[in-house]
Design a protein around this ligand. Structure first.
Ligand code: GAL
Length: 633
């Protein structure tokens, strides 16, 4: 795994570049990502390019032995461009334009902006496509960051109408699919259809689902345009995009198919603070992040682009954007680096080289402080680089457990939660954690993945069953767990004719006759677990394998396949993982709290995410807080 950093030569006087580059190389870095926000310096006036500074910056980095990842600058269109076509900005759900003065102020559907992106990407790719320093391209920056996937602009509305016409052919077909007879919502032509925002009460969930699918396709298409241009002018170079954490607004499997390496931006402390974790977890892992946050995304993104992935931005210290921004425990930056390697990353790049003293992110740490002295992370990077050199290249093997992840499932649950604490990402994360805390390695895969080589398969929930998926599950001989709400919707967001789990009846014979959701704090006790959040009534010829306190079925089993009819709490997940592993003959570990294990082809990595030293039986040693033990397998 190579190490790198994110660098902004345009932020610093040119006479500092050579020293920066030399220090990067001395720290053990070999990659530098640049350029992704530099449009106003690359093209200060319309049609007038200033390549000089970028030529010299790349030459300086190259001269120090560093390879360059060059970003396309399309996340930050300059002011002159926005003034030339003011309708290129996205419109938010309340109908307000997303103005100039930060970043990502564009609508994916605006044809004029797309043409500008093709123009700037072509110019960049022509100039640097064959440059010996440029080894990888990054398209744009974090598609969707700051809530920018959905736009409700005229450009989006008109593109949506075209998308609907292509999907449904006739307005009658659309009306039938969406059930528009309800509340007299029928359309006579596609031209009559608007985006689903600004309705009096909720819009039709089928309307929302198609709007989300459409918006996701727009992101993929926007990205594909850049990829095609780069491939033409820069053959043989890898293309990546830097995805985000806990983010499901577009289908990353779709975008992942078009690029070579899926990278993501890892900010474990910010994510712990911003997402659903309990107060206790936020306190226990304040300076480390929950032990599964980074690993979850590593395993997710490894499955998004054919196995090649990396970390484009690694948190090096306090960030600026969470509600609270603690500093990592000493050792954590090295631990995060080694954890990425253990999951098969080909690069980890720190964000950013030097903390900026100006503008929005001046409170965001870097490897250097604004005065160029080394920040706390710098010696850890050197240490991590030395340990990586010591173990050599790592190979990733297929994990024993597969977790099926679907972006469409996240949209379906989000559009119609039915109970506000039914959160898709949380459910998947809990399943992941239940596997990881018993020492299992996990591959997070798309529903279309080949599941046949896995020893156990978990489908946390999959409301819309893709063609062929039920048959795939029915053909597996390994234990499978299917979570609640699976098969509960058709592709056009209706209840299946024969009730949930719809097509999944091919895998397990049962029908869901009623669902209920429970408010936070309600926990109806059962033996060894509790019913919280969600419960389904099931009729089936099968007798339940597990029941609740009142004797109602909770888990049904048909051969190797189980269906869970409630939101599975941690205790139930633990029990199910044990049963499935027992049936599959997979060994489990009794790991102390906060300890995680990950195997590569040659090594076993053991991590202590705890803030205290902990005795770890399988290595026969005590692990210091925020430390990693590496042993040959
Ligand atoms: C990422 C983004 C970077 C920077 C960073 C700060 O979301 O890609 O440009 O803003 O966060 O943590």
């Amino acid at each position: 795994m190579k190490l790198g950093c994110c660098y902004y030569p345009e932020h610093w006087p040119e006479d500092r570049w050579a020293d920066d580059a030399a220090r990067m190389a001395a720290m053990g870095l070999s990659l530098v990502r640049i350029g992704e926000f530099a449009w106003s310096r690359i093209e200060p006036e319309p049609g007038h390019f200033d390549w000089g500074w970028l030529d010299r910056a790349i030459a300086t980095l190259h001269g120090a032995g560093l390879a360059v990842i060059l970003g396309t600058p399309t996340a930050t269109p300059p002011k002159w461009l926005v003034d030339r076509m003011p309708d290129m900005v996205a419109i938010d759900a309340d109908g307000r334009p997303r103005g100039f003065g930060s970043r990502r102020h564009y609508c994916f559907s605006h044809e004029g902006y797309r043409a500008e992106c093709r123009r700037i990407v072509t110019a960049l790719a022509q100039r640097y496509g064959q440059h010996p320093a440029v080894v990888m391209w990054q398209t744009d920056n974090e598609y969707g960051c700051h809530d920018t996937v959905l736009s409700f602009s005229d450009a989006a509305a008109s593109a949506f109408r075209g998308w609907l016409a292509a999907r449904y052919g006739t307005p009658e077909a659309l009306n039938a699919a969406w059930g528009n007879v309800f509340w007299s919502m029928e359309y006579r032509s596609f031209a009559e259809v608007d985006p689903p925002n600004l309705t009096v009460t909720e819009a039709n969930p089928a309307h929302w689902l198609d709007y989300r699918r459409f918006a996701s396709d727009q992101v993929a298409h926007f990205n594909r345009e850049q990829v095609n241009i780069i491939r033409a002018h820069s053959p043989g170079r890898d293309i990546t995009h830097n995805f985000m954490g806990f983010f499901t607004e577009f289908d990353h499997h779709d975008v992942g198919r078009d690029i070579d390496v899926a990278t993501w931006d890892s900010y474990p402390l910010g994510f712990l603070e911003q997402f659903w974790f309990s107060r206790d977890e936020k306190a226990a892992y304040l300076r480390q992040g929950h032990p599964d946050i980074a690993a979850f995304h590593h395993d997710l993104y490894r499955g998004c682009s054919g196995g090649r992935w990396g970390v484009m931005e690694q948190q090096p210290g306090p960030v600026n954007w969470a509600r609270f921004n603690p500093a990592p425990l000493p050792g954590m930056v090295a631990l995060w680096t080694l954890e990425a390697c253990a999951h098969g990353a080909e690069l980890t790049s720190y964000f950013r080289w030097r903390q900026a003293p100006f503008a929005q992110e001046q409170m965001h740490a870097g490897l250097l402080r604004p005065d160029s002295t080394e920040a706390e992370a710098a010696p850890e990077v050197r240490k991590a680089a030395a340990r990586l050199a010591g173990i050599g290249p790592q190979v990733t093997a297929r994990a024993p457990a597969a977790l099926v992840f679907s972006y469409e499932a996240a949209w379906a649950v989000g559009i119609q939660p039915q109970g506000q604490s039914f959160r898709y990402l949380e459910l998947v994360f809990e399943c992941y954690s239940a596997l990881r805390e018993r020492g299992l390695d996990v591959d997070i895969v798309a529903p279309s993945a080949d599941l046949s080589g896995y020893r156990m398969v978990l489908v946390p929930t999959l409301p819309i069953i893709p063609d062929g998926f039920a048959e795939t599950l029915a053909g597996l001989i390994s234990p499978v767990l299917i979570g609640p709400r699976s098969g509960s919707k058709t592709a056009s967001f209706s209840i299946p004719e024969d009730l949930a789990p719809g097509a999944l009846k091919a895998a397990i014979p049962l029908a869901v006759t009623r669902v209920e959701s429970l408010r936070d704090g309600i926990a109806e006790p059962a033996e060894g677990f509790a019913v919280t959040r969600w419960r389904e009534d099931v009729t089936s010829g099968l007798s339940p394998e597990i029941t609740d306190g009142a004797g109602r079925g909770v888990v049904y089993r048909h051969g190797p396949i189980r269906y869970c009819a409630i939101w599975p709490d941690r205790a139930l997940l633990r029990l199910l993982v044990e049963r499935m592993a027992g049936e599959a003959g997979v060994d489990l570990f009794d790991l102390p709290e906060g300890v995680r294990v990950r195997r590569t082809g040659s090594h076993v990595f053991t991590f202590n995410y705890g803030a205290e030293p902990v005795a770890v039986p399988h290595i026969g040693a005590t692990l210091a807080p925020a430390s990693c033990h590496i042993a040959p397998r």
